[in-house]
Design a protein around this ligand. Structure first.
Ligand code: 13P
Ligand code: SF4
Length: 366
């Protein structure tokens, strides 16, 4: 078929227009990427996505929509702010969060907790694990630097190493079995009575477990800045006001506070105790976030947060846990950043003591 001069010109013109369009598109995409990279540098410095969120946005609905769209699941610890606990797909203690991470088949886990919880999830579920703010650390985990702990372990040949889950992946990598405050007693007791044991990093939990098991585990000298702060005097004062109140204490609290306890247990353990109790008043010596679920499960009961020593505030919050906000959670899901990453070689070692903990817990029905 013969093409006229006019048609030829038409084809050339269309090709030029297409060319201009693809070059513009390419430049536009490049600019967008550069913007994203520039933003990311800023985010990297801050440790979270610092993008403005439209005021009119229904944040909770948008977070849920993003979760559906991206096949993401939100796991939240009991110490999170109420509004995060309200929209999380699952809330629980450290053991339950690890168990949940091990069994989920969601494409993305958003861990609303602190960094070691994100690392544990990443080790168990190597897909994408996001955390709303990389600055959400843990003073207890920080009290046990991996190199120093590894040297301590090396200095004590013949000892088995038990580490609390509140540790970095690198500490877990030189550990025989991980524990949480829900299963620490049973896991320690699963070792023969004459086994030499190192327990780290929480000296308060370690002392408590030694006292109830009769073991003499060698303890690392670490502690949590939130749980160490509860005031014995203020709890005694509250007891005078509420003479029938039960005192609920997390085992990370110092011994003098633990002595006042009617029940010592993990967050899940204290919640379970309060639900089963026929008492009305409870003084709660752990991070005050747990009160959200306690009040939800037992609306007819009265939960009083135990106050810390050094403040006029009536409750005791973990500044790391409280770094997570609804805005940061929304941006994390939207931009899929920050991601929790664990060095491959460390993860290969750290998974062994975590799996061991999960196996023992499953056998015990925990
Ligand atoms: P639980 O395992 O009892 O939830 O404790 C986690 C924690 O960080 C305590 O400070
Ligand atoms: Fe760590 Fe203490 Fe905060 Fe728990 S409450 S996450 S142990 S700093």
């Amino acid at each position: 078929m013969l093409i006229t001069e006019k048609q030829k010109k038409g084809v050339i013109f269309t090709n030029i227009i297409n060319g201009i369009l693809s070059v513009s598109l390419f430049l536009l995409k490049r600019r967008k990427n550069i913007n994203l990279i520039m933003k990311k540098e800023e985010w990297l410095k801050k440790g979270y996505v610092d993008e403005p969120v439209e005021k009119a946005l229904d944040l909770k609905a948008e977070i849920k929509r993003l979760c559906r769209e991206k096949d993401a699941v939100i796991l939240g610890h009991y110490y999170q702010a109420d509004e995060i606990q309200e929209i999380a797909d699952f809330i629980g203690d450290s053991l339950a969060l690890a168990q949940w991470a091990a069994k989920t088949d969601a494409k993305i886990i958003v861990m609303c907790g602190v960094h070691f919880m994100g690392e544990t999830a990443k080790i168990l579920c190597p897909d994408k694990v996001l955390i709303p703010d990389l600055n959400a650390g843990c003073s207890l985990a920080d009290s046990c630097p991996a190199d120093k702990f590894a040297a301590f372990v090396k200095d004590h040949p013949g000892y088995k190493v038990i580490s609390y889950v509140n540790t970095s992946a690198a500490v877990k990598a030189v550990t025989d079995v991980v524990v949480t405050s829900t299963n620490a007693r049973q896991i320690v007791e699963s070792f023969p009575e004459d086994e030499k044991l190192i327990f780290g990093p929480d000296k308060n939990l370690g002392n408590y477990i030694n006292s109830i098991t009769g073991r003499q585990m060698l303890l690392w000298d670490g502690a949590c800045h939130v749980h160490e702060k509860f005031s014995v005097e203020k709890i005694i004062e509250l007891k005078k006001q509420y003479p029938d109140a039960q005192v609920l204490v997390h085992p990370e609290c110092k011994g003098a506070v633990a002595k006042l306890a009617d029940k010592i247990g993990s967050t899940a353990g204290l919640l379970k105790y309060a639900m089963a109790s026929d008492k009305k008043d409870f003084i709660v010596a752990t991070e005050s976030g747990i009160l959200y679920e306690m009040r939800k499960k037992c609306p007819e009961k009265n939960f009083i947060p135990a106050p810390p020593e050094d403040s006029t505030c009536a409750c005791n919050e973990c500044n790391f846990m409280r770094l997570n906000t609804l805005e940061k959670l929304y941006n994390t899901l939207k931009y899929e950043w920050p991601e929790v990453n664990v060095d491959e070689a460390i993860a290969q070692e750290a998974i062994k003591p975590i799996q061991k903990m999960l196996e023992i817990s499953a056998k015990l029905g925990l």
